[in-house]
Design a protein around this ligand. Structure first.
Ligand code: TXA
Ligand code: MG
Length: 312
């Protein structure tokens, strides 16, 4: 069932049930993070491998600190600047965090999401919420309550409807190493946003920090998705394929298309990305075509999701 009743969502969560929750990035599948049986249900419903840990969603910086054993000043700077928001930080967990949240690791990822309904839900609870994206593992993340209801609605009692997610791609995940910020997943907060507040930021190049969810194949559509240099060039060489194009701007193409933006606005493209991938997936085609996106700002998070959705 879908609705906007925060008290009802809270009461279900208190009883150890799962609830779909809106965030500014994507919808989450939430459970009481301090109740290991409830959290185990998340893994079952999502068909998620148990080695892949979950993000802890908190109401405030103060609440987050209860679940972290060492809180460096850099974490303070990130939290003060970007919370509530799409910045998730990997930090040493306190003993209050059950092992099932972190898949046995002594580190936990925390964030304060920026969505009014979910913030008021979190404020009404005396526990944080464990919440991965509310999709079945390896499929496209949901950006509407209906996406959640139509895929896992029969497994959960309630989806809190907060409208369409306005960021549209998942949060940025970072670790803190030797006084710099290490990017584990590109997302809603860009590298430029982080360096813009005077912090050194680098990629997790030699995999100095482990993040089990960054598997190569992820976010897949059921139809074949190809990331190409030129859609028209691809179409001219593959005349027998029935294709739909996803476009970053108005542009003539020789096949049906869906627009991600009118004028190559990267934020708008991110907002519409998963939604439009799902729409394309429903259409009667063999292949979904999209061109490589500009690698700047949130474009890097878009490119990451496309590369991992692509059929190679
Ligand atoms: O925007 C988001 O972050 C959404 C919304 C619902 O908050 N959540 C989300 O969760 O994307 P999920 O589970 O789909 O992705 C979380 C990622 C996974 O790749 C997981 O491996 C990584 O975070 N992660 C979580 N806890 C970790 C830990 N303790 N150590 C390393 N990686 C961790
Ligand atoms: Mg996910």
């Amino acid at each position: 069932m879908i609705g906007t009743d925060v008290a009802r969502a809270a009461s279900l969560l208190q009883k150890g049930k799962l609830v779909g929750i809106p965030t500014e990035t994507v919808y989450g599948l939430a459970a009481n993070a301090l109740n290991p049986e409830a959290v185990a249900e998340i893994y079952r419903v999502k068909n998620r491998p148990t080695f892949n840990p979950l993000i802890l969603h908190c109401a405030s910086i103060e609440q987050a600190k209860k679940y972290i054993s060492v809180w460096p000043s850099l974490a303070d700077k990130l939290a003060q600047t970007f919370w509530p928001g799409s910045m998730s930080v990997l930090l040493p967990k306190s003993s209050l965090v059950p092992d099932i949240i972190t898949a046995g690791s002594d580190m936990v990822v925390v964030r304060v999401p920026n969505h009014p309904l979910t913030l008021s839900l979190l404020q009404s609870l005396d526990f944080p919420l464990a919440a991965p994206s509310a999709n079945i593992s390896n499929t496209v993340s949901p950006t509407t309550a209906l996406h959640v209801e139509s895929t896992i609605g029969n497994e959960i009692d309630y989806v809190l409807d907060g409208g369409r997610c306005h960021i549209g791609v998942e949060s940025t995940i970072v670790a803190i190493q030797d006084s710099s910020v290490v990017l584990l997943r590109e997302g809603g907060i860009t590298r430029e946003d982080i360096s813009g507040i005077g912090l050194a930021v680098r990629r997790n190049t030699n995999k100095e920090v482990q993040s089990p969810g960054q598997l190569k194949k992820h976010y897949a559509t059921s139809k074949k998705l190809l990331v190409v240099n030129s859609i028209n060039e691809w179409l001219s060489k593959n005349r027998n394929d029935n294709a739909i194009a996803l476009l970053y701007e108005h542009k003539p193409v020789d096949c049906p298309f869906l627009l991600l933006s009118n004028n190559y606005n990267l934020s708008e493209i991110a907002t519409n990305l998963f939604y439009t991938m799902r729409e394309a997936d429903k259409s009667d085609v063999d292949v979904i075509l999209i061109e490589h996106v500009k690698l700047e700002g949130i474009g890097r998070a878009i490119a990451d999701r496309l590369n991992r959705a692509a059929t190679t």
